[in-house]
Design a protein around this ligand. Sequence first.
Ligand SMILES: *Cc1c(COP(=O)(O)O)cnc(C)c1O
Length: 417
Amino acid sequence: MPSSDSLAETDPDVADAITAERTRQESNLNMIASENHLSEAVIEAQGSVLTNKYAEGYPGSRYYGGCEHVDTIETLARDRATELFGADHANVQPHSGTQANMGVYFAILEPGDRILSLDLTHGGHLSHGHHVNFSGQLYEVEQYGVDPETGYVDYDELESMANDFEPALIVSGSSAYPREFDFDRIGEIADDVDAYHLADIAHVTGLVAAGVHANPVDVADFVTGSTHKSIRAGRGGMILTGEEYAEDIDSAIFPGAQGGPLMHNVAGKAVGFGEALQPEFTEYAERTVANAKALADVFIDRGLSLVSDGTDKHLVLVDFSESHPDLTGTDAEGLLDDVGITVNKNTVPGEERSPFVTSGIRVGTPALTTRGIDESTIEEIAHLMVDRLDNPDDETLADEIDAEVDRLADEHPIYDR
Ligand SMILES: *Cc1c(COP(=O)(O)O)cnc(C)c1O
């Protein structure tokens, strides 16, 4: 019989590290734009006996016996995804957002085909063709960027690049771009040059599901997303597409890119999508965006420069190169970490420092909004952040800010203790 002893009894080293991580999450204010806090129900589904099960294939057509219950679960996840996003077909098996993109590339491209996507330093993602990623190694890639003056995607440049480069695929979507993409315009450009359009909504999956962000499902050939960022469905990825590409996408994921699906994570997606179908989730998504706008307003009032001067969604990108020329993204990340506020350094358009140093930070609101933090509290937090960044050597002030952060974290618990 497998041991039924608790983790704390069988492996205190791992158990203690998990407990410490839980305490870290509770006691810090997490403003990493790509992270969130899942419900206990999603965590329970992910930590279940489903991890024991092989289920290569799809519901109703598996390569293993005993799949009747995992079929129920995957069907629920697919049906809820198609309902949430208004798509014909959903594949919920990708292990991550990167593997969702891999599935789309494998379905429609041959090695050497051309991809046009957003530059990483302008907010794009490794899986959109960066040379250190499989996508940059297998395909020929050119990248569009944002207008250095406005911080918005330069669609005219994108159009002329598409005409010259004649890509097979144009990718929209980003990790660190604070504005909505004009999916219609990119779709038209893709049509004109006879390219496919993939909209990678990784960061904004929850905002799209809730209807507070443009939904590309009707204008893009493929939509990919992460399921653990602004939607709280657990670590993983998904692909949405029309009936015409459904079979190609399914076979590109399995057997093309993956073996057995992680059925415990598919169950997490089913539960998280179910939560996102509830009216409270719309309120959550609206509050996430309102919080990001409130954060942007305080930062701007206090003299910080934001790429594109604000945000349409759940994150802002702070560019220190004018307001604090000596402050690097790494320094800022460390100064905020000292007082219990977690953010990540980020390159900014026109970046002059290395990606390990950078001149900016990305600051997001999904995780804080999950713990019930509202606009007035976000404003308070924004002031604490700027106080810290403006006075890096003031240790007395740092102690005061740290105490305020502790109080705010305490007042907004994530999980019942
Ligand atoms: C986060 C992200 C992904 C996927 O990331 P994974 O870590 O592989 O889940 C893909 N595209 C974009 C734009 C992202 O921000």
